[in-house]
Design a protein around this ligand. Structure first.
Ligand code: MN3
Length: 197
């Protein structure tokens, strides 16, 4: 059985950028619902019992068709949000630093250019979805609850939720403001650790 992970901070801790109301709804309602529906789908197929969420994401093509869409959407929702909570922290952190910083600059020319390209993908993603930074430092926009693991990729370093439920109560239709503000919360120490793995 999959369970809802605790947030690594209080619900009101990100209010610089994201209100307590959004955080509570997002975690206790949206993420909880992905967990519940994922468990319901997995319970229909005994052979899937005991598989980790990463294994499920990486082997969707081997999951029986009867539950494949459910596991893609609900399992994706569970994996994506579990990562999302960890890469934010109340006041953000300085960063990135070290090898991650060097490699981002080598690839994009500057950190600001990297942020600009990431923001552009987040702003222009039509409908609901996520923008990811992959371990080879590609910026990837994917619809719905899809993630790079489903395409044979490795675990992303970080991701930004651009579903309206992530920002609408605070930002209404101004996705651009949410995206720009979100960088204030990014926990680069966690992302650097993920990059080092
Ligand atoms: Mn969400």
């Amino acid at each position: 059985m999959f369970t809802l992970p605790d947030l690594p901070y209080e619900y009101n801790a990100l209010e610089l950028v994201i209100s307590e109301e959004i955080m509570r709804l997002h975690h206790t309602k949206h993420h909880q619902a992905y967990v519940d529906k994922l468990n319901a789908a997995v319970s229909q197929v005994p052979e899937l019992t005991g598989r980790s969420i990463i294994e499920l994401m990486k082997s969707l093509d081997q999951v029986p068709e009867s539950v494949r869409t459910a596991i893609r959407n609900q399992g994706g929702g569970h994996y994506n949000h579990s990562l999302f909570w960890t890469i934010m922290t109340p006041d953000g952190t300085e960063g990135p630093a070290g090898k991650l910083q060097e490699d981002i600059v080598a690839k994009y020319g500057s950190f600001d250019e990297f942020v600009a390209q990431f923001n552009q993908k987040a702003l222009t993603l039509f409908g609901s979805g996520w923008v990811w930074l992959t371990p080879d430092l590609e910026i990837l926009a994917q619809p719905n609850q899809d993630n790079p693991l489903m395409q044979g990729g490795e675990e992303p370093l970080m991701g930004l939720d651009v579903w309206e439920h992530a920002y609408y109560l605070d930002y209404k239709n101004k996705r651009d403001d949410y995206i720009q503000n979100w960088w204030k919360l990014v926990n680069w120490s966690v992302i650097e650790q993920r990059y080092g793995k």
